[in-house]
Design a protein around this ligand. Structure first.
Ligand code: NAD
Ligand code: ZN
Length: 355
């Protein structure tokens, strides 16, 4: 069976396009006075963006904190707050921030219409009811969360997304002005998430012409941004992120991502930095990609953290391996159908111990 996948319904792109949000939302607002919920990364609390939010008097503004990556408990708490304060189903949930905030807004929009805890839906196609209208607006580019059908959450047992057709945004607003002035390390690590998406997609066994078309374009843009730089880099990175997301939507990521999920779960590392740390030890799987990645590290004077697994005990190491092994499609994409023969627990432990 070929995957029949849903894409974002509406996209607006361009510098200043954020100003169109009010107009876009006016079409969703209903006469019954239902409200719109804004989930905004609290990094913007003291920034000019705060005064540009098209809030109406009854709308709900939730400043979300992403000092740690989103947890199912946090999503459940936010969902409860919306239910308590909004009384009826909101007309929309808008996520403004990086991958974490966009994922939180996707998850809240799903949990408003699906019973139980978000932890119940970590997996593939477990969501039963369509979400509330939801829109995503990146203020950090690289994850491709704006394009994807998942909302990645850390739950009590695992780090795994709410993967479903209903997860996909109804609308995204890609305004390159919003990703200006991000601290270099964060910009770099989230950008490397995109670069690694491309390498893992383009070298994977799931590759097809659809994924290749998006992956190659995204990779070219990443090279322009991270090896050359210069004017227009924000526009390019924003499109690289979107195309990288589209590439993996029809293929998969690979070894770095699988290992990174384990690092995040046990050590609380962020996705972008976890991918970067893992990727640097994957020369045997992605020789050219790792070589180019190191040039990017050097150009931007990024010192990767080292020896991060040195203090882990046996149990933590096993937990990390368990989390990585749940991600079967990633391993299969990277190493083929017989991946279990290649990637044993010992082999994964050996890779983790190097990091
Ligand atoms: P993030 O959203 O976790 O944010 C990282 C930091 O950057 C935070 O401190 C945040 O406050 C800050 N930040 C955001 N915008 C900023 C701005 N404009 N200026 C200054 N600081 C800003 O980072 P991310 O790398 O975009 O996202 C990582 C998350 O995305 C992880 O939770 C990961 O699991 C998830 N993810 C999701 C998908 C998907 O398809 N859904 C794909 C990859 C990763
Ligand atoms: Zn990623």
């Amino acid at each position: 069976m070929f995957r029949n996948f849903r894409m974002v319904s509406y996209v607006v792109f361009g510098r200043g396009s954020f100003n169109q949000l009010d107009d876009i939302l006016s079409k969703q607002r209903k006469d019954d006075g239902s409200i719109v919920v804004f989930c905004v990364d609290d990094v913007h609390k003291d920034k000019p963006l705060k005064n540009r939010l098209p809030l109406k008097s009854r709308d709900l503004l939730l400043w979300v904190n992403v000092d740690v990556e989103p947890k199912t408990s946090y999503v459940d708490q936010l969902t409860k707050r919306v239910k308590d304060e909004a009384k009826s189903l909101p007309a929309g949930v808008i996520g403004i921030g990086g991958g974490s905030t966009m994922d939180i807004s996707k998850a809240v929009s799903l949990m408003l219409t699906n019973p139980g805890s978000s932890a119940d839906y970590q997996g593939w196609d477990l969501i039963r009811n369509p979400a509330v209208y939801h829109a995503g607006i990146p203020t950090l580019s690289g994850t491709g969360a704006e394009a994807s059908r998942t909302a990645i959450l850390t739950g009590p047992q695992k780090k795994l997304g709410l993967n479903s057709d209903y997860t996909v945004f109804d609308q995204i607003v890609l305004d390159p002005e919003l990703i200006q002035g991000i601290p270099t390390e964060q910009w770099f690590y989230t950008g490397m998430d995109c670069y690694i998406h491309c390498i893992e997609s383009l070298t994977g066994t799931y590759l097809n012409a659809f994924s290749k078309a998006y992956g190659e374009k995204s990779l070219d843009l990443c090279r322009e941004v991270f090896l050359k730089g210069g004017p227009g880099s924000e526009d390019k990175l924003m499109m690289a992120s979107y195309c990288g997301g589209m590439s993996i939507a029809y293929s998969q990521v690979g070894v770095a991502h699988a290992l990174s999920y384990g690092l995040s779960f046990v050590l609380g590392l962020r996705h972008g930095i976890g991918n970067s740390i893992a990727f640097d030890y994957l020369e045997e799987f992605y020789p050219e990609g790792v070589y180019e990645f190191r040039k990017m590290l050097e150009k931007h004077k990024i010192d990767l953290p080292r020896k991060i697994t040195a203090g882990l005990d046996e149990e933590q190491m096993n937990r990390m391996i368990d989390v990585a092994l749940i991600l079967e499609p990633l391993w299969e994409n990277a190493l083929g159908k017989d991946w279990k023969k290649i990637m044993t627990r010992d082999r994964i432990a050996e890779l983790y111990r190097k990091m």
